[in-house]
Design a protein around this ligand. Structure first.
Ligand code: 6CS
Ligand code: FE
Length: 302
C-alpha cells in the first residue's frame, strides 16, 4: 500500500486573479506561540509583540560589537568572490550592493551571534518551539541614492513563493547604523499582522531576481494599504545602532528612499519554527534558491 500524503491546505490564497476578488483573511494563529522558554523577553515585550506584531530590543549589540559587525560587512562587500556571487543583490540600475544573502554563513561573527541566548532564546520564545534560519542577509542602504521597498508582508512572499504554510516566523533587524526618521528606515503598521491581504497577479518564473531589488508582484493594492493605514496607523523604527527590531512575518511594512547623507545598514535574520517547514510554493511554479528560502530545517543550537 502506498501512502499518499494529503496536500497541505492553502490557508492564505494570494496572487489571485483580479476578477476573483481579494477578500482579507483574518489570522487565526497566534503571533507569540505558547511553549517557548520563559525569557529573555519580558511579559510586556511579548504582549507588545502579540498586539502590534513587533517590538524593539534596545542595545542588543554593544558599540564594540556594532563596529566589529560593520568591519565584517565592509570586508564582505569588498570581497570579489562575494560580489560575483548570486547571493549579492545590487541596487536597481546600479552596481551598488544592496543585500548580501546568507550573512550567517558568510560571517563567523553573525553565526555566533544568532546562537547566543539573547537572540536564539528570544526567537524560540516568540515562536514557541525550536527554530531554524529561513533567510539571512545584510542590507546596505546607501546615502543619497538608497531606494526603499514598497509596502508588503514578507509572509505573503514566503507563502506564495516558498511554501511557508503558516505564520510562525519572526524577523530580526539589527541596526548597524543609526536609524533616523529620515534615512529610509522601516515603517510598520501596528496590528496589521492579524490580517492577510491577498495580492493580485501571477508570479513570473525567476521573480526573485528582480523582486529582491524592487518588488512588483506580491505587493498589496493601494486601496488595501490605505484601509490598513486608516485602521492601524503607521510607526517608524528609529534608534541608535545596536538596537534591534523583532517583527512578525505578516507585519505590513515598507521603507522610503534615502536621499540623506546618512547611509543605513542592518543585519536581517528570519527565524522560522521547525514545526512550520516549507512545502511546495503555493502560488509560484518553482522553488526559490536556498539562499532566499532555506530548506535545511535543522534546529539552531547554542
Ligand atoms: O523575497 C523575500 O523573501 C523578501 N524580499 C522582499 C523584497 N519582499 C518579500 C520578502 O521581504
Ligand atoms: Fe520585508
Amino acid at each position: 500500500m502506498t501512502l499518499v500524503e494529503a496536500p497541505i491546505q492553502d490557508r492564505y490564497p494570494t496572487r489571485v486573479d483580479p476578477d476573483t476578488g481579494r477578500e482579507w483573511i483574518a489570522r487565526e494563529e497566534p503571533t507569540v506561540h505558547p511553549g517557548g522558554p520563559q525569557g529573555p523577553a519580558s511579559a510586556e515585550e511579548l504582549s507588545a509583540h502579540e498586539r502590534d506584531g513587533f517590538h524593539i530590543q534596545r542595545d542588543l549589540l554593544s558599540d564594540e560589537e556594532v563596529a566589529a559587525c560593520r568591519d565584517d560587512l565592509q570586508a564582505m562587500v569588498r570581497d570579489p568572490s562575494v560580489l560575483a556571487d548570486e547571493r549579492t543583490v545590487t541596487e536597481p540600475g546600479t552596481d551598488e550592493v544592496r543585500s548580501v544573502f546568507d550573512a550567517h554563513l558568510l560571517s563567523e561573527r553573525i553565526a555566533r551571534l544568532i546562537r547566543q541566548p539573547r537572540v536564539l532564546d528570544r526567537a524560540r520564545q516568540i515562536l514557541g518551539s525550536d527554530v531554524y534560519v529561513h533567510q539571512s542577509r545584510v542590507n546596505l542602504m546607501p546615502s543619497f541614492r538608497g531606494s526603499g521597498f514598497y509596502w508588503h508582508s514578507d509572509f505573503e512572499t514566503w507563502h506564495a513563493e516558498d511554501g511557508m504554510a503558516g505564520m510562525r516566523a519572526v524577523s530580526l533587524s539589527i541596526g548597524l547604523t543609526e536609524n533616523l526618521p529620515f534615512n529610509g528606515g522601516l515603517m510598520l503598521m501596528p496590528g496589521a499582522h492579524r490580517t492577510f491581504v491577498p495580492c493580485l497577479g501571477r508570479t513570473p518564473d525567476g521573480n526573485y531576481r528582480s523582486s529582491l531589488r524592487a518588488q512588483k508582484v506580491g505587493v498589496p493594492q493601494e486601496e488595501d494599504v490605505a484601509e490598513l493605514a486608516r485602521r492601524h496607523g503607521i510607526e517608524q523604527f528609529t534608534g541608535p545602532s545596536g538596537s534591534a527590531l523583532w517583527f512578525d512575518c505578516n507585519s505590513m511594512h515598507g521603507s522610503g528612499n534615502n536621499i540623506t547623507p546618512h547611509p543605513r545598514s542592518n543585519i536581517f535574520v528570519v527565524f522560522n519554527s521547525v514545526d512550520n517547514p516549507l512545502a511546495e510554493p503555493f502560488s509560484a511554479g518553482e522553488r526559490r534558491p536556498e539562499f532566499v528560502a532555506a530548506r535545511d530545517f535543522t534546529p539552531l543550537r547554542a
